[in-house]
Write a protein that binds this ligand. Structure first.
Ligand code: DQA
Length: 148
C-alpha cells in the first residue's frame, strides 16, 4: 500500500519536546523502524507547523495514489474545523493518532474536532500509536483478503 504519515505542529521536536509525555525517540527513528517492518509498503512522511500546509498535503494525497493516511494533527486536533472539513472531503481513510493518552491530560485535549471525520482513533501508545495505525490501514484495506 501507499501510505502517508502526517504530523502537525511541534511534532518536529519529538525526542526533545516534553520527553516525560512524548518520550525520547525521534520521528526519524520511528519512520526507520516502520519502513523496515512494513518493507512491502510505501510510507511517505510529511510534517508542518502550519495548518494550511497540512491541508494542502492531505488534498494532494487524495489525488496522488495514496491509499491511507495516519494523521497526528497535534494541537490542531482540538481546534481545527478546517482539518475536519478537509478529512471529510477525502476519499481515502484517515486514522487519527496521538502519542499521549489525551484523555488523561488537560480537559481541553479531551475533545477532537477531527475524530468524527476519521476512520478511527488510536491514542496513548507512545510512538507505537503510529505503528498501530499503519496496521489498521493495512488490515482495513479493500484488497486485504482478511476483510472478505
Ligand atoms: C498530541 C496530543 C495533542 O494534544 C498535543 O497538542 C500534541 C501531541 C499527541 O500526539 O499526544 O501536539 O497529538
Amino acid at each position: 500500500m501507499k501510505l502517508l504519515i502526517v504530523n502537525g505542529p511541534n511534532l518536529n521536536l519529538l525526542g526533545q519536546r516534553e520527553p516525560g509525555i512524548y518520550g525520547t525517540d525521534t520521528m526519524e527513528a520511528c519512520l526507520e523502524q516502520l519502513r523496515k517492518h512494513y518493507a512491502d509498503h510505501e510510507i511517505a512522511y510529511y510534517q508542518s507547523n502550519v495548518e494550511g500546509f497540512l491541508i494542502d498535503r492531505l488534498q494532494q494525497a487524495n489525488v496522488d495514489g495514496t491509499q491511507g493516511i495516519v494523521l497526528n494533527a497535534g494541537a490542531y486536533t482540538h481546534t481545527s474545523v478546517a482539518l475536519h472539513d478537509c478529512i471529510r472531503s477525502l476519499h481515502i481513510p484517515v486514522i487519527e493518532v496521538h502519542i499521549s493518552n489525551v484523555h488523561q491530560r488537560e480537559e481541553f485535549r479531551h475533545h477532537s474536532m477531527i475524530s468524527a471525520a476519521c476512520r478511527g482513533v488510536i491514542c496513548g501508545f507512545g510512538l507505537n500509536s503510529y505503528r498501530l495505525a499503519v496496521e489498521a490501514l493495512i488490515l482495513q484495506a479493500p484488497s486485504n483478503s482478511s476483510n472478505k
